[in-house]
Design a binder for this molecule. Structure first.
Ligand code: FAD
Length: 375
């Protein structure tokens, strides 16, 4: 393989460079990264990095990997017929292209200032505002905002959170688990069943017509895959770059990994867009083997999804993927240790949530791996 170009400079891009060289790629390797700093880890940004300065730069040594890491050089469009990526600094030709542009936070309407946390710069700006007495308004009782709330309370801030759903994380985990989680928010002025309609200069206006005054508004309502630069390229996009189980797009020699990819999962018989660290970490190994393939059977990327979150003094670990037909059973244990399990109507474990019980997660992952396999 000649020149491999990677667009994006996050975990997936960095791991891919390591994997390509480890698997014997001798040709040129270029990374086009919109951000002006080398790839870093994002999970700490809403955890320790909100209360103290932390360098989360990944240890990938791009010079020993003979990689041309171009920082501050975003891809602006793709011409797959000429095998060329357009950037703010001219054209870059490729023999194989890997899309790893991640995702960007969704923002709320309104003229007022609002914080989101995706980059190290976002985290540093928010950290500067987390001082005793600051009143924070969180839009969305999401995974991200639960971690922001935890850090803000630790910093001595007053926290209000508005959430349109009936409980925190109800959309992701269902109402029953959400209600169980609600008690963790006891130090937060949590207002359920109402959302933000617009961010104003002094806070936010809510769907019930009231206004909440706040010093800082943090929006944590989800992300959108970074696919805008692919417009007109012919690459299929449907809530993410559409790829098969080998991480191939609809164009030859163009692949996608990490948060931006909407991958076909034979295991779950559906398309998944897994916005988790573990997937961005593991997909590069498969895609590197696919790109450098020796003509044998193509490797498949279809792990059981896994993520964690640290919130309100608890470690939450979710493994699997549950659907609307699955039933949930809360397995009792006293706070802060309990778990929930989802089963298919025919009794197979599809997903498991453990609260401060890492051993249970490992066991559940193995059980799901053998219970849910490709048809
Ligand atoms: P990203 O890390 O988003 O990297 C994409 C990179 O591509 C960025 O640098 C971006 O600037 C760049 N880019 C975008 N467009 C272009 C372009 N046109 N040209 C060039 N470059 C471009 N997951 C967990 O499992 N557990 C957690 O606890 C957890 N906590 C998180 C906390 C925060 C605050 C955030 C933001 C994420 C968290 N995640 C967590 C998710 C995890 O960090 C992501 O799944 C992972 O970062 C995805 O890696 P990626 O390389 O696909 O994308």
């Amino acid at each position: 393989m000649g020149h491999i170009v990677v667009v994006g400079g996050g975990l997936a891009a960095a791991r891919l460079c390591e994997q390509l060289r480890a698997k014997g790629h001798e040709g040129e390797l270029t990374v086009l990264c919109a951000e002006s700093c080398p790839p870093y880890d994002r999970p700490p940004l809403t955890k320790g990095a909100l209360t103290e300065e932390r360098d989360t730069t990944l240890r990938t040594d791009f010079s020993s990997l003979r990689t041309d890491l171009r920082l501050g050089v975003p891809a602006t469009s793709l011409d797959p017929d000429r095998d060329v990526v357009h950037t703010t600094e001219g054209e870059v030709p490729f023999d194989a292209l890997v899309i790893a542009t991640g995702a960007s936070p969704i923002r709320l309407p309104g003229p007022g200032p609002q914080f989101t946390v995706r980059t190290a710069e976002d985290a540093a700006r928010l950290r500067a505002r987390l001082v005793p007495g600051t009143h924070l308004l969180l839009a969305g009782a999401s995974w991200i905002n639960a971690e922001v709330a935890t850090s803000a309370l630790k910093a001595g801030c007053r926290v209000t959170c508005v959430e349109p759903g009936p409980a925190p994380l109800a959309l992701a985990l269902g109402e029953e688990v959400g209600h169980r989680i609600t008690q963790w928010w006891s130090e937060v002025d949590l207002r359920l069943g109402t959302g933000v309609t617009e961010v104003t200069a002094t806070g936010a206006r809510l769907t019930d017509g009231t206004h909440v005054d706040a010093d800082v508004v943090v929006t944590g309502i989800g992300v959108r895959p970074e696919t805008g630069w692919l417009a007109g390229s012919g690459i299929e996009v449907d809530r993410g770059v559409v790829v098969d189980e080998h991480l191939r797009t609809n164009r030859e020699r163009v692949y996608a990994i990490g948060d931006v990819a909407a991958r076909w999962s034979p295991r779950w018989n559906t398309r998944l867009r897994v916005e988790h660290w573990d997937d961005a970490r593991s997909a590069p190994e498969t895609v590197a083997a696919v790109i450098l393939g020796d003509g044998g059977p193509l490797p498949v990327h279809d792990p059981v999804p896994y993520f964690w979150s640290d919130q309100f003094g608890r470690k939450i670990q979710y493994v699997g993927h549950h659907g609307p037909a699955d039933s949930v059973e809360i397995r009792d244990g006293d706070e802060p240790k309990w778990s929930a399990a989802w089963h298919t109507p025919d009794g197979r474990l599809t997903a498991h949530l453990s609260v401060t019980q890492p051993k249970l997660m490992i066991k559940a992952r193995a059980e799901i791996e053998s219970a849910i396999t490709a048809a």
